[in-house]
Design a protein around this ligand. Structure first.
Ligand code: GLN
Length: 514
């Protein structure tokens, strides 16, 4: 059967619990993300934060980067101290608190009637906004990697059911990602804070569901009890270390909110991507030189490093969905529909909607091709992902031309862009994840998975930085948009073609992995 315990539709019952928990967690993540850059760039007088594009893009990039970056300590903490199951629980609670913190000024201004001045509310908004973002980053780092690990643990080692289980789980992710932007954007039309609150409410539903049905996990994801005095002492030290880290970070935050430490988001974003690049390069060099790997393993690690570079490039285009393209929907897209203006955030549902529709089609396509011995190799699928990303931005090039002419672009432009980007995601993302696991040397499995998250984090950061420049903030900036999109087309198509060219040597390095 491929798993133990009670089953449901041929899969472990615990999958249902995790499916809905992740669905609601993604609901909260994508619901809030649909509002994020719009809230930051909206003028204070209209209830937004009134940041310029550069700052907003940098904060978007740092936040979405942080969410994936904290998956590294999140996974570490679960393995050593909390166990997976508890990490998901506490992670979810912190996430919900984060969203509610962002929503809080809404309640305060409601209770206070119209007494608060706009500027007092704005300063409250800014503080609660950053505090909320930080909580969500921490909570997601604790929840996201670990819930996926429990899914893996539900199945026996090497069970063929496991891949199908992950596909079902991915559906949960995208059902959440589909409904959330519509619901949260609708509430945000009334008041931004209601939108944030709706995101938090979703996470609470997920937590209730998780608690009520966690029996189905049958002890999976539980940390083994410490069985030796040495282990007990070790865990005590870890607990102390974690506690002190939290205290130091909280104190730093306190100084930041007091204005003692002044931060410049754009400068931090710029510095971050250089730091991440250097750290990743150093890590791979270290593993290759001092990792004690044999020749075959070394070759495979080189392949992972190459693919992750292309992966980061892909995400830096793809994740502009929530930044550059979200602003394009808001500023340059004709959203009138029968006397009503569709909220820009609704477009954020497109990717998830297309995934739900086309994931089964793609799965069937690969099987169909495989039967005819035509299934493309993993690096080729990766290259397709990049080419499709480029095609999507080509569509945006034409949409930007419309904007330059002074008209509003038809919604179809954005929808086609998201469609191509979804095809790219379906081609690249599952391959990237499974290839990383297959190519990683046994003793570096966890770390290599971490490197995959790092490449996603890097991509998200760059997606924010680009948005700061390419979202047509001023009249002059609008005129530059077509060229900026064309630049992205050239980079992604160029990278895709390059990868195709070097597929042969890459496959040689991959050895027995296909
Ligand atoms: N949409 C997917 C999720 O939220 C994958 C995103 C990614 O890997 N960048 O889980």
């Amino acid at each position: 059967r491929g798993f133990d315990g009670p089953s449901m539709f041929g899969h472990p019952k615990g999958l249902m619990t995790l499916f809905f928990t992740e669905m609601w967690e993604r609901f909260s993540y994508y619901g809030m993300r649909a509002l994020l850059i719009l809230f930051m760039t909206t003028a204070v007088i209209d209830g937004g934060l009134g940041f310029d594009d550069k700052t907003s893009g940098a904060i978007y990039g740092l936040y979405t980067m942080g969410v994936y970056l904290l998956a590294l300590p999140g996974g570490w903490l679960a393995d050593r101290l909390l166990g997976l199951k508890k990490s998901v629980w506490y992670g979810g609670i912190i996430i919900a608190l984060g969203h509610f913190t962002m929503g809080l000024p809404g309640i305060i201004s409601l209770m206070d009637g119209a007494h608060e001045t706009k500027s007092a509310l704005n300063s409250l908004d800014t503080t609660s906004f950053f505090l909320g973002l930080i909580l969500i980053v921490v909570g997601t780092g604790l929840l996201k990697p670990n819930i996926s690990s429990i899914v893996g643990q539900l199945y026996h080692e090497g069970s063929s059911k496991r891949d199908a289980g992950f596909s079902i789980f991915y559906m949960g992710i995208n059902i959440g990602g589909f409904i959330a932007p519509i619901i949260c954007s609708t509430f945000a039309e009334i008041d931004w804070h209601l939108g944030f609150g709706a995101a938090g409410f979703g996470m609470v539903l997920g937590l209730i569901q998780y608690k009520l049905t966690s029996g189905t996990l049958k002890g999976k994801g539980e940390l083994a009890d410490a069985d030796s005095a040495e282990e007990i002492a070790h865990r005590r030290r870890l607990r102390l270390f974690t506690f002190l880290t939290v205290i130091v970070l909280a104190f730093t935050l306190f100084l930041m909110f007091q204005g003692v430490i002044v931060i410049n988001a754009a400068a931090i974003a710029e510095a971050s991507y250089k730091v991440i690049g250097v750290v990743a390069a150093a890590f791979f060099i270290y593993i290759l030189v001092f990792g004690g790997l044999n020749k075959d393993e070394k070759k495979k690690v080189v392949v992972i490093a190459i693919l992750l570079c292309f992966g980061a490039l892909f995400w830096s285009g793809f994740e502009q969905a929530g930044s550059t393209l979200n602003l394009f929907a808001e500023r340059f897209t004709d959203r009138h529909l029968m006397g009503w203006e569709i909220p820009a955030g609704y477009f954020q549902s497109a990717n998830s909607m297309f995934i739900v529709i086309f994931a089964p089609v793609f799965a069937a396509l690969w099987v169909w091709l495989a039967k005819r011995h035509l299934e493309p190799s993993s690096p080729i699928k990766f290259a397709f992902g990049l080419l499709l990303l480029g095609v999507g931005f080509m569509v945006m090039y034409f949409a930007a031309k419309v904007a330059v002419s002074g008209d509003l672009a038809a919604p179809a432009w954005l929808m086609f862009t998201y469609l191509f980007h979804t095809f790219g995601e379906l081609s690249l993302s599952p391959v990237g994840l499974s290839l990383t696991t297959k190519l990683a040397p046994k003793k570096f499995q966890g770390q290599m998975m971490g490197m995959w998250f790092l490449s996603v984090a890097l991509g998200n950061l760059v997606a924010g930085i680009i948005a700061g420049e390419a979202s047509g903030e001023t009249k002059e900036a609008v005129a530059e948009m077509p060229d900026q999109y064309m630049m992205i087309v050239m980079v992604s198509v160029g990278a895709g073609l390059l990868l195709m060219l070097i597929t042969k040597p890459i496959r040689k390095l991959m050895g027995n992995v296909r």
